[in-house]
Design a protein around this ligand. Structure first.
Ligand code: FES
Length: 204
């Protein structure tokens, strides 16, 4: 068992599991359009603590994410696996967008809402541009993953069930409060060159 927090909530996980499997089992708000085949980037997440407890970014992540993003410990949850016993803390991109959207809606009609909306749209635009830049070469590169993981009925059923759970969680009032705290944690370098988080999310 490892010590993992997904969106500010503890999750049961074993060494060797990928973060997407852990997040889906927990019912966290996380994207997985391609069902973990490394072809969509909707599972992108921010590691805020314990980046050294994960496997090194693989060729799929290097295809989709820039060096800068990898340097900020952004990962694809379906590719990053638990290599150590933690602690590891992660906030998913889908949860971050959900938080931003909630802030926009709660601000009503106001200058603050306009600024928040602009920030949200800028972030979404940058994400869409990143994915668009990668097509079609990255899809061609990751196509073997589709052959390695061909669709099958139990997998499709689980996909539908997990998707429904994510949507239900995303619209649940009060959900994600712990993730909001985790988002304030920032990874900072420590002496041995690894990274640790400071702030509320570091307390795992
Ligand atoms: S779920 Fe599609 S890239 Fe991870």
């Amino acid at each position: 068992m490892t010590n993992v927090m997904i969106n500010g909530e503890p999750a049961a996980a074993d060494v060797g599991e990928d973060l997407l499997t852990v997040a889906r089992r927990q019912g966290a708000v996380v994207g997985f359009l391609c069902d973990g085949r490394g072809m969509c980037t909707t599972c992108q997440c921010q590691v805020i603590a314990g980046a050294g407890e994960l496997t090194e970014p693989n060729e799929v992540e290097r295809a989709w994410l820039s060096e800068e993003q990898l340097g900020r410990d952004e990962r694809l949850a379906c590719q990053a696996r638990l290599a150590g016993e933690g602690p590891v803390a992660v906030v998913t991109g889908a949860e971050t967008i959900r938080q931003q959207l909630r802030d926009v809606l709660s601000a009503g009609v106001s200058p603050r809402a306009a600024i928040q909306l602009a920030g949200l749209m800028t972030g979404l635009g940058a994400g869409a541009a990143q994915v668009a830049r990668g097509f079609p070469m990255n899809v061609l590169r990751t196509w073997p993953r589709f052959l390695e993981m061909p669709p099958h009925l139990p997998g499709i059923t689980k996909y539908v069930v997990d998707s429904g759970r994510v949507v239900a969680r995303a619209i649940q009032p009060g959900a994600g409060e712990n993730a909001a705290e985790s988002l304030t944690a920032r990874p900072v370098p420590i002496e041995d060159g690894s990274r640790e988080a400071v702030g509320p999310g570091a307390d795992i």
